[in-house]
Design a protein around this ligand. Structure first.
Ligand code: HEC
Ligand code: HEC
Length: 302
């Protein structure tokens, strides 16, 4: 990437408020309003030119010092914000407005990108620019700066897991997991499927979030596991989590872990529950140390 090209694109981005502002000013030709707006414009223009010089210098430095592709906009919150707008305009049709992916077209959840240790800003940059051959992920001919803004955005929404080792023992943790959790959760190939597979959970959730999911499951319900209960034609009550739903039908994994489909016309009632089917584990049921042991087991390769 040439520094010149990036600086030029950055220049346009920085000056955008200036040109918008000036157009506005020329529309309101009357007296005071014009004066005020013009002085704001001059101020913005002054600040823009200043920051442009500074940023060009930084860009130049970051390029020449490291001599490799690093995100020149790293740490600039505006870059992530503008990147978010570009994302919603250009990428959301496939990856979803929340970037969490759309299963039916195999567009992956991009909030998980950085949980894979092989992912770098540079590799994400290349994927966006070149696309993925043999898939519908297209190449993009945006200026480099806009691609870096997308990278900044994806990094800003990227989930990251527990960065340190948890103070626990995975050996008793394994036993506690099988006693309390594995009827509903899998680690590796073992366990149930009413709740999400926890094999990689410590790579995508912080310690605080994990503890909160166990102490207070209903505070935030995992995607794809929304609780529901329905009453069938024969007055049977079926409780479970919603796997698929459209205007006419609903597919549920019931609490006995059977997949069941219903036509909505045939149901006597549907209640979208607020409470997760996961039981609350308070400290009297699972002490701090026991929970740490479980989390340490989830983190381990046992
Ligand atoms: C037409 C649909 C479509 C559009 C538009 C699209 N993508 Fe993708 N994208 C995909 C699909 C499908 C894949 C999975 C490719 C594969 O690995 O088979 C993918 C993969 C990716 C990956 C690699 C994910 C990984 O796990 O390695 C990134 C990064 C990405 N897209 C970012 C973007 C960004 C940013 C945009 C907008 C500028 C965008 N995509 C636009 C469909 C799309
Ligand atoms: C009766 C079934 C059941 C049991 C037992 C259970 N869970 Fe869950 N769990 C669920 C369901 C269903 C969800 C998804 C809904 C939600 O987020 O509350 C869930 C969600 C979670 C999540 C959030 C996952 C995410 O993607 O954020 C974590 C973490 C979790 N459980 C850990 C545990 C641990 C640890 C235990 C044992 C101490 C346990 N669960 C016991 C059913 C269960």
């Amino acid at each position: 990437m040439s520094t010149y090209k990036a600086s030029f694109a950055y220049f346009r981005y920085i000056l955008a408020p200036f040109s918008v502002c000036y157009d506005d000013a020329s529309v309101h030709i009357m007296g005071l309003r014009k004066k005020v707006e013009n002085s704001i414009c001059r101020l913005k223009s002054y600040l823009a030119t200043k920051s442009f010089c500074l940023i060009s210098a930084l860009l130049f430095l970051s390029q020449s010092v490291t001599g490799q592709e690093v995100n020149p906009l790293d740490g600039d919150p505006r870059a992530a914000r503008v990147g978010g707008s570009i994302f919603r305009a250009q990428c959301a049709t496939c990856h979803g407005a929340d970037a969490k992916g759309i299963d039916s077209i195999d567009a992956p959840d991009l909030t998980l990108l950085y949980t894979d240790s092989g992912t770098s800003d540079e590799s994400v940059f290349s994927t966006i620019r070149d696309g993925v051959s043999g898939s519908i992920m297209p190449a993009h001919t945006f200026p480099d700066t806009e691609i870096w803004m997308l990278v900044s955005y994806l990094r800003s929404i990227g989930l990251s897991g527990i960065s340190t080792e948890v103070d626990g023992d995975p050996v008793p943790g394994e036993l506690l997991f099988s006693q309390n959790c594995s009827t509903c959760h899998r680690k590796g190939n073992q366990g149930g499927a009413l709740g999400p597979n926890l094999s990689r959970i410590t790579q995508v959730r912080s310690l605080e979030v994990l503890i909160n999911s166990v102490r207070n499951p209903s505070a935030s319900i995992a995607r794809g596991y929304k609780p529901v209960s329905v009453i069938t034609e024969d007055n049977e009550q079926v409780k479970g989590v919603i796997k698929r739903e459209d205007a006419f039908s609903i597919q549920i994994m019931d609490t006995d872990q059977y997949l069941r489909g219903f036509s909505k016309m045939s149901l006597r009632g549907i209640a979208y529950e607020e409470q997760s089917w996961m039981p609350v584990f308070s400290e009297s049921e699972l002490t701090k140390q026991e929970l740490n042991n479980i989390i340490s087991f989830l983190q381990s390769s046992l």
